[in-house]
Design a protein around this ligand. Structure first.
Ligand code: IVH
Length: 683
């Protein structure tokens, strides 16, 4: 076969793959009805990625691989909405609805010929612009007239087609949202990594869309329901809202299936009544029902005020509250050691489910609301997800109520509970607290900490469950025969893991301090402390004054360090690590602890290299501390160019990023390897 036909075949396969992937995206994300397994889908994506890596000149913006792009360099650009995104007037009961109908009837000279009733999705309004079927822009609502250009982020949402099924010009509006289950999982993950939690799915969706880095948005499970055709060219204009929704579906956009066409206001009210309870069964949040005049000519006749259309109204569901008794206040120990109080309630039904727990946030919240054990309390589902204790009913007190005392020792491990001055959250100081253990070990073995290859969350969970590992020092006692008994762990990977654990002993004090997860001691602080004190022993002996004398160490960090070493189990952990042979001195003493030469550098590869495959080059760069990303941005440190480079080279030149050829790259590699004394050599 000549190269020419091989190229043709590749081209054909590439196009077929894109079609297939878009089709399965549509089945999965728009219709919720997949035809293939996730693994099969991943395989198609992988094949496409490989082909595109081979022929970078064929990458187009609507390729399924292009959903995650580079962050915008200077924040989001403002977008003027050609057609403003209005808000909605509210109705709170049937009387409000009747008054609305009377008003529009007067204006039209007759009753509207019918309504469309939709769920009001509690998310974030966005405007999408398609040109000749291609998604060219996505923007937030902003103040309704000016929003922000979040195209790169919206492209990561797979329910949003990058190409419509027909080459129309379309301006469409919809609501981006996060399903409840994904929201809960996201919050669990954030708890584990010590990030602040989102209060409700709407905030989580909004926060995700307004992320500067699209790769973060891409990891957030977002979806969309579109509901308004603001403008269309190239397809017959719909005459009604009902037809608009139909058109959106035909074009491949996702719409909410729960819509009803109602002839009269009585039918509207009946629909609202049904949804008041039924909505709790949905996996996404709704904060009301939107009632729209169906015919677009009637809509046009009614027009809009400066802030809302007259032809639509939002019926708001009442906030659901219930009264019950507060039986007890207990504390929960999170994986970062946060000790948070929660209410144990006499079970009560509210917003579609039985509630027996409510969050109390922290000690101050309990004091401010004067919450006492035994009180009758009003609870509410905030955003319908996390039950909240709104207020107590002091008039129903009997005198038997008790004040709550925050425990001074962790109920899980017995270590001290400490609340840093000026902070709301109290924390368990025990490093071996089982509640914190798994997450702590994941952090200990992570790349920037002790960098233990093969010590993933699944392995750690098994080690903790079997009781083999009670703290980080236990890792150094593990034997390959033991490890080989774990699920999905062969003799070879067990041996590799033991070797990786062994290698981690020499990382040096900088990484060790970071790995220990002392509160507020991040990578930078760990480095400063290690360099300043030189050894673990000297740091352990340091007084408050000595700590404060270190550059960048403030009151809070000094206090956190003193607290940490003040805890007996932490001191024992350090001693056992030392006994296992873990290096306790700083990089000047421990050469393995020096940061890698390319730490923090970002590379982009384009074209074919002679000496390395793409995977090999990536591995090599990573072994020297750098990272490889898919596209050029202002943050790119080097663009490595082989033969037949793609558009990335052009982009690099546009952005003025350094471009190096293979020979220069090889020289850089050799230099870096000399610095680390490493043996990784190119082919
Ligand atoms: S129509 C001009 N339909 O509610 C009227 N809005 O409070 C445009 N929303 O900004 C809105 N679901 O973000 C419409 N099915 C739905 C909706 C919906 C949620 C949001 C939208 C709007 C807000 C108004």
């Amino acid at each position: 076969m000549t190269t020419h036909t091989a190229r043709d075949a590749a081209r054909q396969r590439l196009e077929e793959l894109r079609r297939l992937i878009e089709h399965h995206n549509y089945r999965y994300y728009v219709l919720d009805d997949p035809e293939i397994t996730d693994a099969e889908y991943d395989q198609l994506m992988e094949e496409l990625r490989e082909l595109e890596a081979q022929y970078p000149e064929w990458v187009t913006p609507d390729s399924p691989t292009q959903r995650v792009g580079a962050p915008p360099a200077a924040g989001f650009t403002p977008v003027e909405h050609r057609i403003p995104l209005l808000s909605l007037d509210n109705a709170f009961d049937t009387e409000d609805l009747a008054a609305w109908e009377a008003r529009i009837t007067r204006m039209l000279g007759h009753k509207p010929s019918g309504y469309v009733v939709e769920l009001k999705i509690d998310g974030l309004a966005v405007a999408l612009t398609y040109r000749e079927g291609l998604l060219v822009r996505g923007a937030t609502r902003g103040d309704g007239r000016t929003g922000e250009d979040v195209t790169a982020n919206l492209k990561t949402i797979r329910a949003i087609p990058l190409r419509l099924r027909r080459p129309v010009n379309l301006e469409v509006r919809g609501e981006v949202y996060m399903v409840r289950s994904a929201f809960e999982q996201l919050n669990q993950e954030r708890e584990a990594t010590g990030e602040p939690l989102f209060a409700n799915p709407r905030n989580a969706a909004a926060g995700s869309v307004r992320q500067l880095d699209p790769s973060i948005t891409a990891r957030r499970p977002l979806s969309i329901f579109t509901y308004t055709v603001a403008d269309v060219e190239g397809a017959p204009r719909p005459a009604t809202q009902w037809e608009s929704l139909q058109l959106l579906r035909e074009l491949g956009l996702r719409t909410n299936p729960h819509v009803r066409r109602c002839a009269t206001l009585d039918e509207v009210v009946e629909t609202i009544t049904q949804w008041t309870d039924l909505r709790h069964q949905l996996d996404y949040e709704t904060d009301g029902i939107v009632i729209k005049v169906d015919r677009l000519d009637e809509q046009a006749q009614l027009g809009a005020t400066s802030h809302a259309p007259r032809w639509a109204i939002a019926y708001k569901f009442p906030a659901e509250q219930a009264v019950t008794r507060l039986l007890d206040i207990r504390v929960n120990v999170g994986r970062t050691g946060a000790v948070t109080p929660y209410a144990v309630l006499e079970p009560v039904r509210v917003a579609g489910s039985t509630v027996s727990r409510a969050t109390l946030h922290n000690e101050d919240y309990i004091r401010e609301k004067d919450i006492r054990i035994g009180d009758m309390v009003v609870i509410q589902k905030a955003g319908d997800v996390i039950p909240e204790l709104v207020r107590v009913l002091p008039e129903r007190r009997t005198g038997e109520e008790r004040l709550f005392q925050m425990p001074d020792h962790c109920p899980v491990c017995g270590a001290k509970v400490y609340r840093p001055p000026g902070e709301a959250i109290a924390r368990c100081m025990g490093s071996a607290c089982p509640a914190q253990l798994v997450e702590g070990l994941i952090h200990f073995g992570s790349r920037n900490a002790m960098d233990i290859d093969g010590l993933g969350p699944a392995v750690i969970r098994q080690l903790v469950e079997r009781g083999w590992v009670k703290d980080a020092a236990d890792l150094y006692q593990l034997r390959a025969e033991e490890l080989a008994q774990l699920e999905r762990m062969g003799a070879k990977s067990a041996a590799n893991l033991v070797a990786a654990i062994e290698r981690s002993k020499g990382r040096g004090l900088e990484r060790l301090l970071f790995a220990l997860g002392i509160r507020l001691v991040g990578q930078r602080a760990a480095q400063t402390l290690a360099q300043h004190f030189g050894s673990m022993e000297r740091l352990r002996q340091a007084t408050r004054e000595e700590l404060l004398a270190v550059e960048d160490v403030g009151e809070k960090m000094a206090e956190a360090i003193l607290q940490w070493f003040g805890e007996e189990q932490n001191r024992r952990l350090v001693d056992r690590l030392a006994a296992a042979g873990v290096v306790m001195t700083a990089a000047s003493q421990a050469r393995e602890g020096t940061p890698l030469p390319w730490q923090g550098w970002t590379f982009v590869l384009t074209g074919t290299l002679e000496g390395w495959t793409r995977a090999e080059a990536t591995k090599l760069i990573e072994s020297l501390g750098g990272q490889v990303v898919g596209s050029v941005s202002r943050k790119t440190d080097y663009v490595v160019v082989g033969t037949d480079p793609g558009s990335k080279l052009e982009k690099a030149r546009q952005l003025g990023r350094p471009v190096v050829d293979e020979a220069t790259f090889r020289a850089m590699v050799e230099e870096a390897q000399r610095q680390v004394g490493s043996e990784v050599t190119p082919r």
